[in-house]
Design a protein around this ligand. Structure first.
Ligand SMILES: NC(=O)c1ccc[n+]([C@@H]2O[C@H](COP(=O)([O-])OP(=O)(O)OC[C@H]3O[C@@H](n4cnc5c(N)ncnc54)[C@H](O)[C@@H]3O)[C@@H](O)[C@H]2O)c1
Length: 380
């Protein structure tokens, strides 16, 4: 079998985009399935079926470059694990709106053309490039810009994956647009594959499953990429704070006063992110219990592993006529899904959705050649 490609556009060519482009490159090389890819096949698609069709940014040093080259440009600090070959997708100017407010304007030189662009130009590019799925990697706090790309996608019939915490799936007006236009929508605020939120909510699940009362907790995060630089501005970090608290609330605690969020920009860490997590609780006889964990990850590959699932789910949902918010997968892939679930329930719902896509009508084109199952398919 050979698959049709998934034609993907990226809005925001920063650190997460860099890791995702590298992950797709790695998946295209022969050899065993890359570590961190949960499913080799989703809806008949492999990660290597991703084809980059378009990219948008507002940084004048990135616009005009091939996407594979743009992901290496300062101030992006994602680690270069491998060289990506040219993708054929040139970075285009996107509408600036509130994309670079706050500290980002000190490090990103805006291309003057972007100030006069709107979603109309984005819609036109998406149509002419035959894009299937757009991943929105805009900075947190760029609410107007995120909304503009979302409207452009709904208009062009392009599935939208909202990696940012700005409300799109959680905005009734926008999510309704996707439903009316017959387009899938996934969001909001990508979870990291194994990051602070996932570890935190999984531990809370574990404690709850044993009847342990959680009395207090915190989750402090520091990092040195431009996402952390941007989030160090209180005017830009509001949606992220809310999103993290929401994820903890869905895990069954009152998180209204819990300190959980980005807590500092430490430049020398680069793309490394360090999380300090503490949970206090009471078990039988009100005996106290506490734990402290330090988690260190490379931030952007951690996002790429989730996007590797999300783009294939988005395309599969489109193939199968699933319109509007794809609720069964959002609680697993995002911190702020419109319908929250506990960690184990979210994983179960996601896996069930993936399993159903295997039983759904085939979206692949048969070459008549026998298919050799991969290592992962054998074990699934
Ligand atoms: N790193 C993770 O694990 C993770 C996890 C969850 C969510 N996220 C979210 O993903 C988003 C992207 O993160 P990142 O680390 O890649 O950020 P980044 O700062 O490296 O990249 C953002 C890019 O967007 C560009 N941009 C700004 N305004 C724009 C506009 N109007 N149009 C097009 N491009 C524009 C910037 O020039 C930059 O290249 C953030 O909102 C972040 O919070 C990241």
């Amino acid at each position: 079998m050979i698959n049709r490609p998934i034609r993907v556009a990226l809005a925001g060519v920063g650190s997460c985009a860099s890791s995702f482009v590298q992950a797709v490159t790695q998946a295209g090389a022969s050899g065993p399935a890359p570590a961190g890819v949960m499913h080799e096949l989703i809806g008949g698609y492999r990660l290597r079926d991703v084809e980059f069709a378009a990219a948008f940014d507002v940084d004048r040093n990135k616009i005009g470059l091939d996407l594979a080259q743009a992901i290496t440009v300062h101030p992006t600090v994602a680690v270069r694990h491998l060289e990506a070959p040219p993708t054929g997708a040139q970075v285009r100017p996107g509408p600036l709106l509130d994309g670079l407010e706050g500290r980002l304007s000190d490090v990103v030189p805006a291309d003057p053309r972007c100030a006069s662009l709107s979603e109309v130009e984005v819609t036109a590019v998406l149509r002419e490039s035959a894009v299937d799925v757009l991943v929105c990697f805009l900075p947190t706090g760029a609410r107007e810009a995120v909304r503009a790309y979302a409207r452009a996608c709904a208009e062009a019939g392009v599935a939208f994956v909202n990696a940012t915490p700005e409300p799109v799936a959680n905005c009734p007006e926008l999510s309704e647009r996707f439903t009316v236009q017959g387009v899938p929508l996934l969001g909001d605020d990508l979870r990291s594959h194994l990051g602070a939120t996932t570890l935190h909510t999984a531990l809370l699940d574990l404690l709850h499953s044993r009847g342990i009362r959680v009395t207090d907790t915190y989750q402090l995060n520091v990092g040195g990429n431009t996402d952390f630089l941007n989030l160090s501005d209180p005017g830009r970090s509001g949606a992220k704070q809310m999103s993290k608290r929401r994820a903890l609330t869905n895990a069954g605690i009152d998180a209204s006063e819990v300190a959980a969020g980005p807590n500092g920009y430490v430049k020398y860490l680069g793309d490394r992110k360090v999380c300090f997590l503490r949970i206090e609780g009471e078990t039988i006889l009100d005996a106290p219990l506490s734990m402290e964990i330090r988690l260190e990850v490379e931030d952007s590959p951690n996002a790429a592993a989730v996007v590797a699932n999300a783009v294939r789910i988005a395309k599969t949902a489109a193939d199968q006529g699933h319109v509007g918010v794809v609720h069964p997968v959002c609680a697993f892939l995002f911190k702020s899904p419109p319908v929250g679930m506990r960690e184990t329930e979210a994983l179960h719902s996601f896996q069930e959705y993936v399993e159903k896509t295997r039983r759904a009508p085939d979206t692949t084109v048969s070459t008549g050649l026998p298919h050799t199952p991969s290592r992962q398919e054998h074990s699934e």
